[in-house]
Design a protein around this ligand. Structure first.
Ligand code: ADP
Ligand code: MG
Length: 353
């Protein structure tokens, strides 16, 4: 439904705000763009609705290059909620909601009917239509901002940190309300935030950016389980990472209660024993920061791909990472192969990770 094909933006003065972004999204997906301030999120949003032109590459909506669409067409297809929610203070709520409809030359009765319909979505009573923004709370104003972006029933909605300025309680309730609304309406949402909790809560897929570059695009689960690199890990935070892998705790407990000896020639058979008994699909023996030996149940990986999850009888020491590799990198690689956890033992056979 939405496709970025090698998209870059270089501002006057040479700042490369977005670099070589290639991504594809389905109709109905809730996508969160996340990254530190200045990483290019707003620039990306503005390129989608042509407030900014890409310097390189193309953006496609339903297969059509956005550069081939005029502004009226784009307004019909894309709703936009900007970073600093700006309701026009001198306009009533109805006028604010129906702003785009006026630009699209809808007649007055139709605009009113549509505004009423939309108010109902967020449980605001019809009398709100005649009120002015200052008569509404921050949360209510934000709801109106969202409704405004939905007014023309656009299939793609861009939202640039829409809930950023709200207090936490209002933000929480709006997030929930909005997620439900999105599911009900089946819109494709591109939602920008710098708040990982918000992204994890709302997104079907999260796009993590740094310095204009795509770092990772995955489901929240995948990102928590297999962060692409240290930057992502830091961004997620240790607490969430540990929470996302409760199995580590279980394996740790089991293995700590079992004396393990993996030395010399016996190491492979011991490893196999442990892997079978504990239903562990991989094992690394490490020395300080480096890998000495590693075992991965290859059949299990294949089975997992077929959605089975029994530990097979045959365990192959199919260790694809060289001895001496950093443990960190190895674990990451193994996790990427679809396994849940990787016990790491030191030379004294103590479980250390
Ligand atoms: P984000 O929304 O992730 O905070 P932006 O897309 O607003 O990031 O900005 C990305 C980078 O591009 C930043 O370094 C910012 O300073 C720069 N930038 C944004 N707008 C302009 C502009 N109009 N001219 C030059 N540089 C810009
Ligand atoms: Mg921004």
């Amino acid at each position: 439904m939405l496709k970025f094909d090698h998209v870059s933006k270089v501002y006057k003065g040479g700042k490369r705000a977005v670099n070589n972004l290639t991504l594809e999204f389905e109709q109905g997906e809730f996508i969160c763009f996340i990254g530190p301030s200045g990483c290019g999120k707003t620039t990306t949003m503005k390129m989608i609705n042509r407030l900014i032109e890409p310097s390189e590459g193309g953006i496609y909506i339903n297969g059509e290059n956005i550069m081939d669409k005029d502004q009226v067409q784009l307004r019909r297809e894309i709703g936009y909620v900007i970073q600093q929610i700006g309701l026009f203070p001198h306009m009533t709520i109805q006028e604010n909601i129906a702003l785009v409809l006026k630009l699209l030359k809808w007649p007055e009765e139709k605009r009113r009917a549509r505004a009423l319909e939309l108010l109902d979505l967020v449980d605001l009573t019809p009398d709100y239509l005649e009120k002015y923004p200052h008569e509404l709370s921050g949360g209510q104003q934000q709801r109106i901002g969202v409704l405004r972006a939905l007014a023309a029933d656009q299939s793609l909605i861009l939202m640039d940190e829409p809930f950023g300025a709200l207090d936490p309680i209002t933000r929480d309730s709006l997030q929930e309300e909005f997620k439900k609304l999105q599911k009900k309406l089946g819109k494709t949402i591109v939602f920008v935030t710098h708040d990982m909790d918000e992204a994890l809560k709302l997104a079907d897929r999260i796009v993590i950016m740094r310095d204009g570059e795509l770092v990772q695009c995955d489901t929240p689960d995948e990102i928590l389980r297999n962060p692409a690199d240290e930057f992502v890990e830091e961004f997620i935070g240790k607490d969430r990472l540990v929470q996302a892998r409760p199995n580590i705790q279980t394996v740790e407990q089991i293995m700590n209660s079992t004396p393990i000896t993996i030395t010399g020639d016996r190491s492979l058979s011991e490893a196999i024993q442990i892997m079978k008994q504990k239903r562990v699909d991989s094992l690394l023996v490490v020395d300080d920061q480096r890998v000495l030996q590693g075992y991965i149940d290859v059949e299990l990986i294949d089975q997992k791909r077929k959605k089975a999850n029994l530990v097979s009888d045959i365990v192959t020491p199919a260790f694809t990472v060289e001895q001496g590799t950093l443990v960190r990198d190895t674990v990451r690689k193994i996790l990427k192969n679809g396994m849940k956890y990787v016990p790491v033992v030191d030379q004294e056979q103590r479980l250390i990770g």
